[in-house]
Design a protein around this ligand. Structure first.
Ligand SMILES: O=C(O)CCC(=O)C(=O)O
Length: 311
């Protein structure tokens, strides 16, 4: 299924991101919204319940205060991961339909107030000191309409197209995960409920501060070429789905209650979903080990060790 138009592809090349409208139907969005509030043990109608201190500190420090929700395998999340329109959009960008979907979390970025002042951040998940620059895609599905003040996605549009030239202007000891913002212009992207925003990982991006009176709710979804020869990763992914286990690593503090594993249900998968997980193969005859080990992504400059886990 082709989803992106020629204009979309041109926009992607120029700006480093693209927005796909109506990527998921309203009932799917509502199911994730309900799951988030239940998981967080918060009442959407009672803002006083929204400001509980998170149980754990995030190893990726800039994510602290940004409202990451440590829920990864709820059936409502899987329902969106296996939508043909979302798969089609990533297939158009990657140039192959043989993809794995990330097993990623949600975001509930609540409005700033006197005793809670999240400043937002701009970062790269990839290591931009690696040559050639690592290439990957990340994505976020808006669960509600999100105004520019509401704490949604922000970025420096157009950076991927000029990143090597920009890096050449920077000191050798620059932070390869955080750009020096001098002279760079940040854009906060307004989205509608159901919009899927996909970005090139070379785009400096992040969560903006929520200066509205409405929470920002979103689900992270990305896809990347299936590593069907990587048996360790495939089994890890299957176990994660089946037993509802959160990914491990620096940016994923996990849930000390272990709520999904102990109380959740394993999501039903469609034939497409089985392939996007790795349960069924896109291609027969893949040799196990042919695509390297778990370190592959790190060698390519990604901060996250488990292929296809999170965007
Ligand atoms: O929530 C967003 O819009 C951006 C999230 C982000 O910075 C990330 O996933 O690396």
């Amino acid at each position: 299924m082709h989803v992106l138009s020629t204009d979309d592809l041109e926009f992607w090349q120029e700006h480093g991101y693209v927005v796909i409208p109506e990527a998921a139907p309203p009932e799917n969005l509502q199911a994730v919204i309900d799951a988030i509030w239940e998981f967080q043990e918060m009442n959407p109608a009672d803002p006083e319940s929204w400001y509980r201190t998170p149980d754990r500190v995030n190893g990726m420090v800039e994510l602290n205060g940004s409202g990451m929700v440590e829920m990864y395998n709820h059936p409502a999340l899987w329902a969106n991961r296996q939508l043909p329109r979302i798969h089609g959009a990533f297939a158009d960008l990657w140039g192959t339909a043989h993809l794995w979907v990330t097993i990623d979390r949600c975001n509930l970025n609540v409005p700033n107030r006197a005793e809670f002042d999240f400043g937002g951040f701009i970062h790269w998940d990839i290591d931009t000191s690696v040559v050639p620059l690592p290439f990957d895609m990340q994505g976020v599905l808006s669960l509600t309409d999100t105004t520019p003040e509401q704490g949604g996605f922000q970025c420096i549009p157009g950076m991927p197209a000029r990143l090597p030239e920009w890096i050449a202007t920077q000191p050798a000891d620059r932070n390869p995960h955080r750009p020096d913002m001098a002279g760079l212009e940040v854009k906060t992207v307004a989205t509608r409920a159901g919009d899927l925003l996909i970005w090139n990982s070379q785009l400096p991006h992040g969560v903006s501060p929520n200066r509205s009176n409405q929470p920002r709710l979103a689900q992270y979804i990305s896809m990347s070429p299936a590593q069907e020869g990587n048996e360790v990763a495939r089994q890890w992914r299957i176990d994660s789905w089946l037993h509802r286990i959160a990914p491990e690593g620096n940016p994923f503090p996990g849930d000390p209650r272990d709520w999904e594993r102990t109380h959740g249900t394993t999501a039903a998968l469609t034939p497409l979903g089985r392939k996007l997980l790795g349960l069924d193969r896109w291609q027969e005859g893949i040799v196990a080990g042919a695509e390297g080990d778990m370190a592959t992504n790190q060698q390519r400059g990604r901060t996250r060790a488990t292929p296809g886990f999170a965007s």
